[in-house]
Ligand binder design. Structure first.
Ligand SMILES: *Cc1c(COP(=O)(O)O)cnc(C)c1O
Length: 493
């Protein structure tokens, strides 16, 4: 199977290993496979009898055709084994009579990013070998929290790679900061930036596009690579858990074989929900895909009226991983639904004016699969409470999804089961969850974990236990202008 840019129908075409190594296509588009493989009902039946790592290897094998079955199986067993995902990688948990949570946060950093970032470094490592690349890949990440830690944990001690993470000194939670500052591994570096997330992101983009820095790095045997969700190596592994969830819904008799299920995904970059769409296109009986946004409702507006407009206020919310104005992976949907030519035209408009509009027919085609809702902070807080009263403790991102299901209740067929992607452990956002449940202020961000545990009689997840007592390895804070020097120094080690 070959891959090409969402902005060009005529190639160049590359292997999946090449697409994973490059991240972004040379014309600025995203890599997509030239066809979407299908799963027959028999194939779904057969998957139901397998473990999560085996299911994931089968699904990945349909897309990454230049990797062998043995390679993928071995990588999936390591990435999704009991030591990294105790109790299973993507278990289901009932919230209420019709809503079933697909829990994607049982990995090492307690957020769903682990589902992709545990396997992607292994895929990249193999991609370097498959493409004859002898240089070391230096992964550069700007993070507002979850991605940085998940990438550090995924790339830690992976051969032929190094990882440098930049985060805004005052823009991440205390738990997130400690998670990153205490990161272990010989090939990792973490630096705080004086500024906000945009400053960190802009600094990283500048380094990527600076030929002088690239040449300097190349002379030291280093190429730059990214871990962000535009990389196909991050998207493909996410398809697997949707297929797996459907198998488990059938196997647990929650639904009959072939029964249609709706899916709700708390959305930021449109990566996670696009993976659900691809699972549907492969033949998994998914019905409507409900795109849940927080106050940053650019996607809600897009799905309602076909206009994507990033010229709007940016809101900071208690679901920070969804505080996004440009949902990069939406580009992949435009390509699949329309064409590379149309996708390029829309992306050119977005770059020029921050806005584009679909035609009426195009919007209808998008709305065949998707519907969008947004929840403000009050609705999110209420959803945390309502879910808890129903017996489910959820984090603020997942709560945005639960709020969307409620907003959709008058439209949907209530007999239908609905799968809700549960994207983070509530303990990662303990202060806000505690505040919403009790109406009380936690003593501080760290103590909030104990307070939430005491209030709900649930355990703090193992990766977050004792986070305040671990040795801090990275303390530096630099100005954004100093980022290139940091990268060069780290590359030269
Ligand atoms: C990244 C993230 C999201 C958003 O996922 P996208 O793929 O960007 O749409 C939602 N919830 C949590 C907890 C996240 O970390």
């Amino acid at each position: 199977m070959l891959y090409s840019s969402t902005r060009s129908a005529t190639g160049p075409f590359v292997s999946s290993a090449e697409a994973i190594k490059r991240g972004l296509a040379p014309d600025g588009g995203l890599y997509m496979p030239n066809e979407i493989p299908t799963l027959s009902d028999d194939a779904l039946d057969e998957l139901a009898g397998l473990s999560y790592p085996e299911r994931a290897a089968r699904i990945l094998g349909k897309f990454l055709t230049d990797y062998t079955e043995e390679e993928l199986l071995s990588d999936c067993r390591e990435a999704y084994g009991e030591d990294r995902f105790p109790g299973g990688a993507a278990p289901l948990s009932d919230i209420d009579g019709s809503t079933v949570a697909l829990e994607l946060w049982h990995g090492p950093t307690c957020a769903f990013k682990d589902m992709a970032l545990q396997i992607m470094p292994r895929l990249l490592s193999r991609a370097l070998r498959k493409t004859g690349e002898l240089k070391t890949a230096l992964i550069l990440v700007a993070t507002s929290g979850d991605t940085g830690k998940a990438a550090l944990e995924g790339y830690r001690d992976v051969p032929q790679t190094k990882i440098q993470v930049f985060y805004p000194a005052d823009g991440v939670s205390r738990v997130q900061k400690l998670q990153m500052a205490t990161q272990t591994g010989d090939n990792v570096n973490v630096t705080a930036i004086r500024g906000n997330f945009d400053d960190a992101q802009t600094g990283v983009k500048k380094i990527f596009s600076d030929p002088a820095i690239r040449d300097e790095l190349a002379s030291r045997g280093v190429i730059l690579s990214s871990a962000n969700s535009i990389n196909w190596g991050r998207l493909a592994p996410q398809i697997a858990y949707y297929v797996s969830a459907y198998c488990d819904l059938v196997a647990s008799s929650r639904i009959d074989p072939g029964e249609t299920v709706d899916v709700t995904v708390p959305t930021g970059n449109f990566g996670n929900i696009f993976a659900a769409y691809l699972a549907k296109r492969m033949g998994v009986p998914f019905g409507r895909l409900i795109c849940a946004s927080n106050r940053n409702d650019v996607l809600t507006e897009f799905l309602a009226c076909g206009v994507y407009d990033r010229n709007r206020a940016f809101h900071t919310t208690m679901s920070p991983s969804m505080d996004i104005l440009i949902s990069s992976n939406l580009e992949r949907l435009l390509y699949v639904k329309f064409s590379a030519r149309r996708c390029k035209a829309l992306m050119d408009q977005l770059n020029a004016s921050g806005r584009y509009a679909l035609t009426h027919e195009e919007l209808t085609a998008v709305r065949e699969d998707f519907v969008g809702y947004s929840a403000d902070e009050e609705m999110t807080g209420e959803a945390i409470k309502r879910a808890y009263e129903a017996g489910y403790l959820c984090d603020p991102h997942t709560a945005v999804g639960y709020a969307a299901i409620r907003a959709d209740r008058n439209v949907r067929d209530r007999a239908k089961k609905i799968l809700l992607a549960s994207t983070a452990s509530p303990y990662k956002f303990a202060s806000n969850v505690y505040r919403c449940l009790t109406g009380k202020e936690p003593t501080n961000d760290l103590f909030a974990l104990q307070e939430l545990a005491a209030f709900t009689s649930t355990p703090v997840p193992a990766p977050l236990v004792g986070i305040g007592e671990r040795a801090v390895r990275f303390t530096g804070t630099v100005a954004p202008e100093e980022m290139p020097a940091k990268v060069l120094a780290f590359a030269g080690l």
